[in-house]
Design a protein around this ligand. Structure first.
Ligand SMILES: *Cc1c(COP(=O)(O)O)cnc(C)c1O
Length: 430
C-alpha cells in the first residue's frame, strides 16, 4: 500500500513500511536473516557506498526487516525517517552522537527513567559530554541552564514513574529560541497516546523493548527524526552541516536535506558504534506494533480503573497517576496525551518498606520485575531493588521512597487485577 496522511493510526500500525515480499509474495514481512547482500556489479557497489543509491550492503547498517520497522515507527510518529538500534539506551547515545563533541552538554529533565539518569550523569562523561539536570516545569531554569556548549534539550513525554507529563510545547519553544533540538523519549506514551513532533520535538527516541513490542520478548530502540531542524542555521552541528571527515568529507545536511540525521545515524552511527538491531528483534516488534492502539486503549482503561480504586482505599497513602483528577498534571493530559495518561503509576502503601515487600510477595498476577510496558501486569518495589543503593532522601526525590511501589498495568481483566491487589494489600497491611 502507499502510505499517506489519509490513513488512520490503526491502518498505519499494520501497513506502514510493509508490502508483500517482491521475491515470494509473502504477506507478512519476512525475517531477512542475512549479514550481507550481493551487489549487482561493481558500479552498483560503488553507488551504494557513496550513498548515491539507497540499498542494502551489510546488516550492521541496514536490513530489510529492520527497515520496515524504521519506516513504521517514523510514520506513526509523524517523522521523515528513523533508525532502529539495539536498545533504548543505545537510541539515546545514537541521538546525541551527531550533536555532541567533548566539552558539550545536554540539558535534561530531572524526571527521567532511572537508567537514563545514570547514563547521563556518569557514563557519558567518558565521552567528554555532560548533562545538566533541571526541573522542566521551571522554564526559566531550563533557559538558565542552556549555555554556549549546550547541544540538545532532553525530556520524556510521560515520565516514568511519578505520573509526570512534560509541557512539550512550552519546552520546545525554549529549545527553539536557543537554536537547539528538543529530544523527547516517548517510550511510556507511545505515538498512540502522544506525538511529540506535533508539539515541536526535533527527535523522538524509544525503547521499543516496552509498549511498541508489548510482550516482553526483545530489547530495541529507535530514533525518529522530524526532519524540521535546520542543522546549518548555526555552526553548532558541524557533523551534520560541515564536511564530515568520517565519511570522506560528505556534507550530510546539504546532501540529504531533511533526511540528514537519519542518513548520519546509519552511515556513521550504526557503522561505527555498531549498536544494531537484529532482524529477529525487528520481527517481534513489528508483530507487537500491529496491535499497539488496541493494547494502549486497554492499558489506559485498566490503569484508570485501578488507580481510581487504589486512591479510594484506606490501605493506600496516595496514588500518582496523571489520569486521576487529583494529579497536579491532570490538566496536561488533554493537551499532550489526549488519549490517556498511559499505564504506569506509583502508589504508597501504609506501613512503608515492610508493607511494600509483603505486597510484592503476596501478588499472584502481577510479576515482580524490572520492566514495563508488557501485556502482563508488572510491579517493582524500587527501594529494595533498582534504587537500593540510594539514601532514603534520594529515594524520595526520585519518587521511589521506601513505601512506594511502581506498577505497569497490563491488559488482563481489570477486576482480576483489583482482586489480586486487594488480597495482597490485606496480607501487606494486616
Ligand atoms: C526502558 C526505558 C529506557 C531504556 O531502554 P532499554 O531498551 O532498556 O535500553 C529508556 N527510557 C525509558 C522511558 C524506558 O522506560
Amino acid at each position: 500500500m502507499t502510505d499517506g496522511p489519509t490513513y488512520g493510526f490503526d491502518t498505519l500500525q499494520i501497513h506502514a513500511g510493509a508490502r508483500p515480499d517482491p521475491a515470494t509474495g509473502a504477506r507478512q514481512t519476512p525475517i531477512y536473516q542475512t549479514t550481507a547482500y550481493v551487489f549487482r556489479d561493481a558500479d552498483h557497489a560503488a553507488a551504494l557506498f557513496n550513498l548515491q543509491e539507497v540499498g542494502f550492503i551489510y546488516s550492521r547498517l541496514t536490513n530489510p526487516t529492520v527497515a520496515v520497522l524504521q519506516e513504521r515507527v517514523a510514520t506513526l510518529e509523524g517523522g521523515v525517517g528513523a533508525v532502529c538500534c539495539s536498545s533504548g539506551h543505545a537510541a539515546q547515545i545514537m541521538a546525541l552522537f551527531p550533536l555532541m563533541e567533548p566539552g558539550r552538554n545536554v540539558v535534561a529533565s530531572t524526571r527521567l527513567y532511572g537508567g537514563t539518569v545514570t547514563q547521563f550523569s556518569q557514563t557519558i562523561k567518558r565521552f567528554g559530554w555532560s548533562a545538566k539536570f533541571v526541573d522542566f516545569d521551571d522554564l526559566d531554569a531550563v533557559k538558565a541552564a542552556i549555555d554556549d556548549d549546550t547541544r540538545a534539550v532532553f525530556c520524556e513525554s510521560i515520565a516514568n514513574p511519578g505520573g509526570y507529563i512534560t509541557d512539550l510545547d512550552a519546552v520546545a519553544k525554549v529549545a527553539d529560541a536557543a537554536g537547539l533540538p528538543l529530544i523527547v523519549d516517548n517510550t511510556s506514551a507511545t505515538p498512540y497516546l502522544c506525538r511529540p513532533i506535533d508539539h515541536g520535538a526535533t527527535l523522538v527516541v524509544h525503547s521499543t523493548t516496552k509498549y511498541l513490542t508489548g510482550n516482553g520478548t526483545v530489547t530495541g530502540g529507535c530514533i525518529v527524526d522530524s526532519g524540521t531542524f535546520d542543522w546549518s542555521a548555526s555552526d553548532k552541528f558541524p557533523s551534520l552541516s560541515q564536511p564530515e571527515p568520517a565519511y570522506h568529507g560528505l556534507k550530510f545536511h546539504e546532501t540529504f536535506g531533511p533526511l540528514a540525521f537519519t542518513f548520519h545515524g546509519i552511515a556513521i552511527g550504526l557503522r561505527d558504534l555498531g549498536m544494531t538491531m537484529n532482524p529477529q528483534a525487528a520481527h517481534y516488534t513489528l508483530m507487537g506494533i500491529e496491535t499497539l492502539s488496541l493494547r494502549m486503549q486497554r492499558h489506559v482503561e485498566n490503569a484508570r480503573k485501578i488507580a481510581d480504586w487504589l486512591e479510594k482505599d484506606d490501605r493506600v497513602e496516595y496514588v500518582t497517576y496523571a489520569g486521576l483528577p487529583s494529579s497536579p498534571y491532570h490538566d496536561r493530559v488533554a493537551k499532550i496525551c489526549p488519549r490517556g495518561a498511559g499505564g504506569l503509576f506509583t502508589f504508597a502503601v501504609k506501613g512503608g518498606y515492610d508493607a511494600c515487600v509483603k505486597l510484592v510477595n503476596a501478588l499472584e498476577i502481577f510479576s515482580h520485575v524490572a520492566n514495563l510496558g508488557d501485556a502482563r501486569s508488572l510491579i517493582i518495589h524500587s527501594a529494595s531493588t533498582t534504587h537500593r543503593q540510594l539514601t532514603p532522601e534520594q529515594q524520595e526525590a526520585a519518587g521511589a521512597g521506601p513505601g512506594v511501589v511502581r506498577v505497569s498495568i497490563g491488559i488482563e481483566d481489570a477486576d482480576d487485577l483489583i482482586e489480586d491487589l486487594n488480597r495482597a494489600l490485606n496480607a501487606a497491611t494486616k
